[in-house]
Design a protein around this ligand. Structure first.
Ligand SMILES: Nc1ncnc2c1ncn2[C@@H]1O[C@H](COP(=O)(O)OP(=O)(O)O)[C@@H](O)[C@H]1O
Ligand SMILES: [Mg+2]
Length: 459
């Protein structure tokens, strides 16, 4: 296997000949050969080859060839000698997303800018495009992809099925539909890697890790669909609990439940733009309130041991670890944001008054000189947790957003793992370069998954 870049030119001949400059011919071990198997995504054709006496790595594709293999554009791209007499252009990388409202100029809604960033990172190296479920033609095995022009506008090109799919479908509900399930299975059946598979539910993640001692060390005690007796028992053991909807996000529907033997039961939650604190003399009073508000949907809740987080000015702080798999298939913490809860708020979400800071700022108050060591320990734990989730999960994972807490003793706890993590931490001025690194990891991991690797790593 050898990986190099070449400059692809489009020529107007209608024949099916590929011209290669002599240095490229040599690098791809095609000297003296008459024909080659040329691949792009899942498309393969046989083409006659001819040598061109020109320095540098150049490849000329005639109109006849282009029509067959659907190379989207001229210019620099990776080329891989992927077997005896076989050459692959690309990789061809598809980014799967959608927009509630169909719109040609804004095909991916709020994700459009992020998808543009990924495509730009791979510019002059690979063929990256965005697409929605409706753009796939399974009969022809093609996709009508959205490519980015140098001015930042979209243009459409029909290309073969890609070498790898990065899944950023935005909608939790749509993702569990039969049609999206079938779509993912169709990629898998064709051996096209797709990551990540879907959103996670909190209860699913806790269950996944239930037999993984390494991860269990860092999970607060959690029970899905708890009975009322269980909640009471856990309140007596831990004095405070988090009660969360299993498919929730953004802190919506979360309660912080506390028990004081003398003063009774307390429930804290967010209502609109207000923080509410209710007191109940009896446990059944507390439960009646929850049942009146949620009824049967309480079965889709998890109850979790509360963790006494590090604080600044009495406001708890937790951390988002944005994890990626890199070009060597290893987990790396690409960016870490610290989130301080708004005063009186149950969660640290910015929408409920929380604020974002760097992990260094957040840890200094509590740990002083020990901060670096605590942060390093948290990073190692985040890697271990990502590996644990991956080894217990039946589908492919390449990115995770871990919500971690650090308690006053410096112990690390995981509250939640997100398989489609948001990117708001990267808006912090101090985390912009981490944001760019995160996008690079996505591209590097696509290179890895599509086997575009030379003998000594990426060319
Ligand atoms: N067991 C817990 N102990 C202490 N704080 C918690 C606990 N669970 C959640 N939190 C706080 O609430 C926030 C939101 O919880 P999380 O599980 O991430 O739900 P969501 O999906 O709504 O983001 C966390 O980031 C953390 O600040
Ligand atoms: Mg969260």
């Amino acid at each position: 296997m050898s990986l190099t870049t070449c400059n692809v030119h489009f020529s107007q001949q209608s024949n099916k000949v590929v011209y290669l400059s002599s240095p490229l011919l040599k690098k791809l071990k095609l000297s003296g050969k008459k024909s080659v198997r040329l691949k792009l995504g899942n498309e393969v054709i046989n083409a006659e080859i001819k040598q061109l006496n020109r320095p540098g790595n150049h490849l000329y594709l005639s109109a006849g060839i282009r029509q067959l293999i659907k190379v989207p554009k001229s210019g620099n791209v990776y080329v891989l000698n992927s077997g005896e007499n076989e050459v692959q252009l690309g990789p061809l990388v598809g980014i799967l997303s959608d927009n509630g409202i169909r719109s040609e100029s804004n095909p991916f809604g709020g994700r459009t800018e992020f998808i543009k960033q990924i495509i730009r990172t791979g510019e002059h190296k690979a063929y990256l495009f965005g697409f929605t479920p409706n753009d796939i033609n399974w009969q022809q095995e093609t996709i009508n992809g959205y490519f980015l022009d140098p001015q930042g506008g979209w243009y459409r090109k029909i290309v073969p099925l890609p070498d790898v799919v990065y899944n950023r479908l935005p909608n939790r509900k749509a993702e569990t539909s039969a049609s999206i399930n079938a779509l993912r299975e169709r990629f898998v059946r064709r051996k096209i890697p797709i990551f990540n598979w879907s959103f996670f539910n909190k209860a699913d993640v806790y269950k996944l890790l239930d037999n993984d001692p390494e991860a269990l060390d860092h999970l607060p005690e959690s029970v899905s669909g708890p009975s009322m007796e269980k909640i009471k028992e856990m309140l007596e053991t831990h004095q405070f609990l988090y009660f969360k909807p299993t498919a929730g996000s953004l802190g919506i529907g979360i309660y912080r439940l506390t028990y004081h033997p003398k003063r009774g039961y307390f429930a804290r939650y967010r209502k609109g733009s207000q923080n509410v604190l209710l007191r109940f003399g009896t446990f059944s009073g507390l439960i009646r309130m929850l049942q009146a508000k949620h009824g049967i949907s309480l079965t889709h809740y998890v109850v979790q041991q509360g963790i006494r987080l590090v604080e600044i000015d009495n406001c708890p702080i937790d951390f988002r670890f944005h994890m990626h798999k890199n070009g060597k298939n290893e987990w790396v913490p690409a960016g870490i944001g610290a989130k301080k809860a708004g005063r009186g708020s149950v969660t640290t979400h910015v929408k409920s008054g929380g604020s974002l800071m760097t992990p260094e700022q957040a840890l200094k108050t509590t740990f002083g000189d020990e901060s670096d060591a605590v942060l390093e320990k948290a990073k190692q734990t985040a890697i271990k947790l990502s590996e644990a989730i991956e080894r217990n999960y039946p589908h492919r994972l390449g990115e995770l957003g871990l919500d971690l807490g650090i308690d006053k003793d410096g112990e690390i706890w995981m509250f939640e793992a997100n398989a489609k993590p948001g990117r708001s931490i990267f808006k912090h001025p101090a985390l912009r370069s981490e944001g760019r690194a995160s996008v690079s990891y996505i591209f590097e991991h696509c290179m890895y998954l599509s086997n575009f690797q030379g003998q000594g790593g990426n060319g």
